[in-house]
Design a protein around this ligand. Structure first.
Ligand code: WTA
Length: 636
């Protein structure tokens, strides 16, 4: 049987069984039949979770852009690869064909080569959602440069941390970004960041907003004139299967963000395979994922997965609320979108608006709806199902992570027998999830609730954290022996369906964005009047979670209102506006263990108003602070 395209429940069952019984043969069949290789592998999989070391398709040589672009030129030369929809509704959409994409990527790759970028060099991309972002991702891959895309909502400090951590040589940015009715001056942010990035010698600037920018002589160059002069032929560099393709930062419980390293062959095979099946993409479909390419969802399911399947992928520059709350649905009708993939936070926000924004548009082109990034609540699920899907489109609630590279647990339309709201349902072929109890034992019976781990490697998994393999091991492979630990909790019902219940560590997901508490607290602690702080998540109707900060002060001279403003300003500068606190409670002290660790568990309960059971607080170093904090808790 052929496993690449699962079309019904029997296909899924057979594929899943084969993927568990003989994983190497399973992935080998997929890899050999659906991709172009410069040289095939010597071995399919070598792995050892104790080191940890995972290698897929070792010995193989390939270039992912040949798989995403060149090989489609014969049959899909004029097919739209990227359908760019600008922020302003009256600016025309751009249909970038596979032929044009090929030309643009080759030219861009030649510009990078001229600027001295070589295979293995890191290049930072800090761009709005414009075609140059997808093109520059692919241009890096063409020449073997490792791209590190930083979401253009991060601040200068956050950008600098990411540039320095992986020692990027070159930055690609734009004069500015349009987001709804705002213009953001990206180049200025880059200029600020680069004051603390001594190793960046070149900056390429795309023109988008026509904002005035300062070009530093010898360092900064307008992109377009360089592209105009570049040749449209550029040979695709031969990459080893395990050569790094990109680095993408994700928040951790502590410390600076983790630069997750994804390698070439396994990532390509896994994103292509999961895209094809989860979205059931067929040749004339128009697929739209509303994520930003600055996140893993955009990497895997705007760029690589769709293009590896020769798909038409929509790239939308704007926001769901501009010029009004009907924008998503207008675009679904305008481009006859067939698969639509978004975050629960967007669904919740749009469901609150006048339903006429939806009903004014013809959404009958839709076949599959998807969600990602956070648990979806039942109400939002039903609204999506009824009003957007007309009860006619399977909803794929896809669970995965920056670290997993691609979707891990999700319904497959036509194959998953029954889709239950709020359940990510069943593992995709090749994925072996397990639940662990507090004692670190595998829970084999169902129903069960535990910590979600994966017992066996899959091709799309991140291989390490850039420059810090020990941290990779400590974060993902040390909590449970011989298992990858996801950091999520999950429930499994009798039928074996998984529901993701949320993070079990200090990562907080706000509007679908992962935020680590450490960098936010570091920003708050920069304030001269602050002694220390702790940030926790509280449930929020639209964002899923909002941030609640407990801040202890050494100096109470200023009004609380002024302090709140100053603290949020610091957070905006150090992390970005997405990390602003919704609520700030000033305290005289924070509850601590005898070893001096802040007891977030207690603070979380106080912030969430569930103080009936605070557990045993008598072992705290300073139990007396708890009563006062409880009494002054703020309800929003
Ligand atoms: C959460 C996003 C519930 C989860 C692709 C995970 C989800 C984290 C779902 C990774 C889902 C993602 N249901 N929770 N369908 N999808 N999550 O790295 O906590 O930005 O660990 O990757 O988002 O977020 P990341």
């Amino acid at each position: 049987m052929k496993y690449y395209h699962l079309q019904n429940h029997e296909d899924y069952k057979a594929a899943y069984k084969a993927s568990i019984e003989s994983p190497e043969a399973f992935w080998e069949q997929i890899a050999s039949t659906h991709f172009v290789w410069k040289k095939k592998w010597d071995s399919v999989l070598n792995w050892d979770f104790t080191k940890p070391e995972v290698k897929w398709f070792e010995g193989a040589k390939l270039n992912i852009t040949e798989n995403c672009i060149d090989r489609h030129l014969e049959q899909r030369a004029n097919k739209t690869a990227i359908l760019f929809e600008p922020n302003e509704p009256n600016e025309p959409a751009q249909h970038i064909s596979y032929t044009e994409l090929h030309e643009r990527v080759c030219k861009f790759a030649n510009v990078l080569l001229q600027q001295g970028i070589k295979k293995g060099d890191r290049v930072c991309l800090y761009l709005p959602m414009i075609p140059e972002l997808a093109v520059s991702v692919l241009a890096c891959a063409r020449i073997g440069a490792v791209h590190s895309v930083v979401f253009a909502g991060f601040s200068a400090k956050a950008l600098a941390t990411r540039i320095n951590d992986c020692d990027c040589k070159l930055v690609i940015t734009s004069d500015g970004a349009f987001r709804g009715n705002k213009t953001i001056h990206l180049k200025e942010i880059v200029d600020n960041a680069l004051e603390s990035c001594p190793n960046v010698h070149k900056v390429l600037v795309a023109k988008r907003t026509q904002s005035h920018v300062h070009l530093k002589q010898g360092r900064d160059f307008w992109l377009q004139p360089l592209l105009d002069q570049a040749s449209k032929d550029c040979a695709a560099v031969s990459m080893n299967a395990e050569d790094p393709l990109f680095i993408l930062y994700t928040s951790g419980s502590t410390g600076i963000p983790k630069g997750m390293v994804h390698t070439t062959a396994g990532y390509m095979v896994y994103t292509a395979y999961t895209f094809k099946n989860v979205f059931q993409y067929t040749e004339d479909d128009v697929y739209w994922c509303t994520a930003d390419i600055g996140w893993i969802t955009g990497h895997s399911y705007i760029v690589y997965g769709p293009l590896a399947n020769g798909a038409t992928t929509v790239l939308f520059e704007g926001v769901p609320s501009y010029p009004d709350y009907g924008r998503f649905w207008q675009l679904v009708e305008k481009h006859q979108v067939t698969q639509f993939y978004t975050a629960p936070t967007a669904i919740r926000a749009l469901a609150k608006e006048d339903i006429a924004h939806v009903t004014q548009n013809d959404l009958s082109s839709l076949k599959v709806l998807g969600t990602v990034g956070e648990p979806i609540n039942e109400e939002a699920w039903h609204w999506y199902n009824e009003h957007i899907g007309n009860k006619n489109c399977p909803i794929v609630d896809t669970w995965w992570q920056t670290e997993t590279g691609g979707i891990m647990i999700s319904p497959i339309p036509n194959s998953t027998k029954r889709i239950i709201p709020t359940f990510a349902t069943l593992p995709l072929p090749g994925i072996q999830p397990v639940l662990m109890n507090e004692e670190g034992e595998v829970m084999s019976d169902s129903p069960a609730s535990g910590k979600l781990c994966i017992a066996f490697p899959w091709p799309g998994m991140a291989r390490t954290i850039w420059g810090n393999h020990e941290r990779y091991k400590a974060t993902y492979f040390s909590t449970f022996k011989n298992h990858y630990f996801t950091g999520d909790g999950a429930f499994r019902n009798k039928a074996g369906y998984y529901r993701i219940t949320g993070r079990v560590d200090d990562v907080i997901i706000v509007s679908g964005h992962n935020l680590g508490t450490a960098p936010i607290e570091d920003a708050i602690d920069e304030h001269p009047d602050v002694t220390e702080s702790a940030v926790v998540g509280v449930p929020h109707d639209i964002k899923g979670n909002a941030l609640y900060g407990f801040v202890s002060l050494k100096n109470k001279a200023k009004s609380e209102e002024t302090l709140e403003k100053e603290i949020n300003e610091l957070i905006t500068q150090h992390v970005g506006p997405i990390a602003k606190l919704q609520t700030i409670q000033f305290t005289d002290g924070l509850p601590k263990t005898r070893s001096g660790k802040i007891m977030r568990r207690i603070l979380r309960k106080i912030a969430q108003g569930t103080t009936d059971d605070l557990g045993d607080i008598s072992t705290l170093l300073n139990p007396e602070v708890v009563a006062a904090i409880k009494e002054n808790a703020k309800r929003s």
